[in-house]
Design a protein around this ligand. Sequence first.
Ligand SMILES: NC(=O)c1ccc[n+]([C@@H]2O[C@H](COP(=O)([O-])OP(=O)(O)OC[C@H]3O[C@@H](n4cnc5c(N)ncnc54)[C@H](O)[C@@H]3O)[C@@H](O)[C@H]2O)c1
Length: 251
Amino acid sequence: MSGLLAGKRIVITGAARGLGRSFASAIAEAGAKVVLCDILAAELQDTAANLRLTGAEVETFCIDLASPESITQVFQEIAAGGGVDGLVNNAALATGVGGKNMMEYDIDLWDRVMTVNVRGTWLVSQAAVPLLAASGHGKIVNVASDTALWGAPNLMAYVASKGAVISMTRSMARELGEQRICVNAIAPGLTLVEATEYVPAARHQLYENGRALVGKQHPTDVDGSVIYLLSPLADFVTGQLLPINGGFVFN
Ligand SMILES: NC(=O)c1ccc[n+]([C@@H]2O[C@H](COP(=O)([O-])OP(=O)(O)OC[C@H]3O[C@@H](n4cnc5c(N)ncnc54)[C@H](O)[C@@H]3O)[C@@H](O)[C@H]2O)c1
């Protein structure tokens, strides 16, 4: 994938750890400057420092997706630093959001999940659109989840939020086509990162045994889909959902 994103500047939210950190590393390896955004200030700086050791060009911004003011402020600063060719909407409230069924689910938690995962994805995209339009070949990749496809139980707000991200992807693709901005979503299956260490063993077993490609899923299994959707190879691909789960569920 070396050189596929040469000369591009790509914004990745939720880049401090987990899948976002892996995407950032792969995107930098493919030749792009990476703009890392996250709410976790210390982890963000660690991730950036490690990436710089590999020779990557890295910028960092602390952002809170629950705050419209924070999003506006950060994108003003990003715009001051130059153009943007791609956005990976990866940040989400993905930990501490499960374990209760729909009869027990907490209203405050529901609201927080929707605010970050759905409203945050919309507002970040909105802030990025003028920059992406100016690039002439802008790309948005939304990170959904295959839990929205198979209806994972005891994870109600998160699953609903990812269903909304998939629907929003299609709507954005229609609205932004005129500006030649492609908008697509990926739906990873259960992937081994820090955050999924707390997922019950039974859920890990379900995925590992249920995949057509039996076994565990790692962040590097997902990276290629993001590089593809950000690259010129996908200039005529928009509004699509790509499940990356080793064949656990099909789209
Ligand atoms: N790991 C999996 O199994 C899996 C599967 C399907 C989808 N996903 C999706 O992949 C993405 C990354 O998840 P992950 O597994 O790496 O988990 P994670 O919790 O490590 O990553 C989420 C990132 O988003 C950041 N974030 C959370 N709230 C934020 C806010 N208000 N403002 C800014 N940043 C915020 C976190 O600090 C973190 O760095 C998420 O969208 C998640 O839903 C993960």
